[in-house]
Design a protein around this ligand. Structure first.
Ligand code: BGC
Length: 351
């Protein structure tokens, strides 16, 4: 079942719609047209009790005034950081917004994909239902080259999985790196910590960064570091040993173990022993950014609940940060004769 309601309007008077998507077992997701954003995910725990496990706000105003958290949005045109917001493509210099000093982050300051209102088309199929969002970003928007036509389709399956499919085409070569920026706490959004969640990440390597969180270009082994999640490990177990970056906590891009480029792989599994909920993340992307909520500072979210330091985690499937300036990383350049695609699945179950 898919239903539509109003979610208010933007400060410049554009209507924002809310879509509520429910499957036969009662799992519900909520999506808004601003930012093609996932604002709610109600899933059962091991006793069948439903909780909303993602962060978000109750009003359009709060989404608009939040400048740094990016709850649940479609992130881009280039998710993650680009060093000093600079790149050269086809011999031309580009300067993007420096909105995360000294770097560019998540597509810019004014018209990044999370801040614009997308068109939406709900759909229902025999075992799946959802919403297809589309947005055409004009040539030069946020100083990115090319008119970029983007589609993001959220599908809720009968088996409690959210499938997010991305597609984009351009009329000029341009960097594209899209992701979803949901923050999860499997005990329920607003629970004070993710330290007791048990995480597995299917990665032997990660991309070490400099002190502004830009990769050095090296692919380093996770062996013997607090980034070794190849076997299930409590997030809190080693988080305080992390002093390798300015984020002072988990905020790292992992290089997924993939047999072939673009092949669907399990990126991560998160298990919450308290609720029994399990989140399995699968993707066609080469990387996943595991961000452990180090920059959360207790701001109030849905239903008046505060989101404390390290109380939510993001598993953002994407290409590596600053790929546009790192020739050895998988390319993020989309050419006019190509189609960008990505699939990311957030599948829920219980133990
Ligand atoms: C980044 C963090 C950033 C957060 C919120 C994550 O994708 O890795 O460094 O603080 O987004 O903007």
């Amino acid at each position: 079942m898919v239903s539509k309601a109003s979610f208010g309007e933007t400060s410049d008077g554009k209507n924002i719609d809310l879509y509520t998507v429910k499957n036969p077992s009662g799992m519900t997701i909520r999506l808004i047209t601003r930012g093609a954003t996932l604002i709610g995910v109600d899933v059962p725990d091991r006793d069948g009790r439903f909780d909303d496990v993602v962060f978000g706000f109750d009003t359009a105003e709060e989404y608009e005034s939040d400048k740094y958290q990016y709850f649940g949005c479609t992130t881009g045109r280039c998710a993650n950081r680009i060093a000093e917001g600079k790149f050269i493509l086809d011999g031309k210099d580009y300067q993007l917004a420096v909105n995360n000093d000294p770097n560019h982050l998540h597509g810019g300051a004014q018209r990044s994909l999370d801040k614009v209102v997308w068109a939406a088309e709900p759909f229902e199929k025999p075992h799946a239902r959802g919403v297809k969002f589309s947005y055409t970003s004009p040539d030069g928007e946020e100083n990115y080259p090319g008119e970029l036509a983007i589609e993001v389709t959220y599908t809720l399956t009968d088996k409690n999985a959210i499938r997010i499919q991305y597609k984009a085409t351009t009329d000029k070569a341009t960097p594209v790196n899209l992701t979803n920026h949901s923050y999860f706490n499997l005990s329920g959004a607003g629970d004070p910590t993710i330290n007791d969640h048990v995480l597995t990440i299917n990665a032997d390597r990660y991309t070490p960064v400099d002190d502004t969180l830009i990769p050095t270009g090296e692919l380093a082994s996770v062996e013997g570091t607090p980034l070794d999640f190849r076997t299930p490990t409590r997030i809190g177990e080693r988080v305080d040993q992390l002093n390798d970056t300015a984020a002072l906590g988990y905020d790292h891009n992992f290089v997924l173990n993939q047999d072939a480029e673009g092949e669907m792989t399990t990126a991560a599994v998160v298990y919450d022993p308290a609720s029994g909920r399990v989140l399995t993340v699968r993707t066609t992307e080469p990387g996943v950014q595991f961000y452990g909520g180090n920059f959360l500072r207790g701001d109030t979210g849905k239903a008046g609940k505060p989101y404390a330091y390290r109380s939510g985690l993001c598993l953002e499937t994407q290409h590596f940060p600053n790929s546009i300036n790192t020739p050895d990383f998988p390319s993020v350049v989309l050419e006019p004769d190509q189609t960008y695609t990505q699939t990311c699945v957030y599948a829920f179950s219980v133990r």
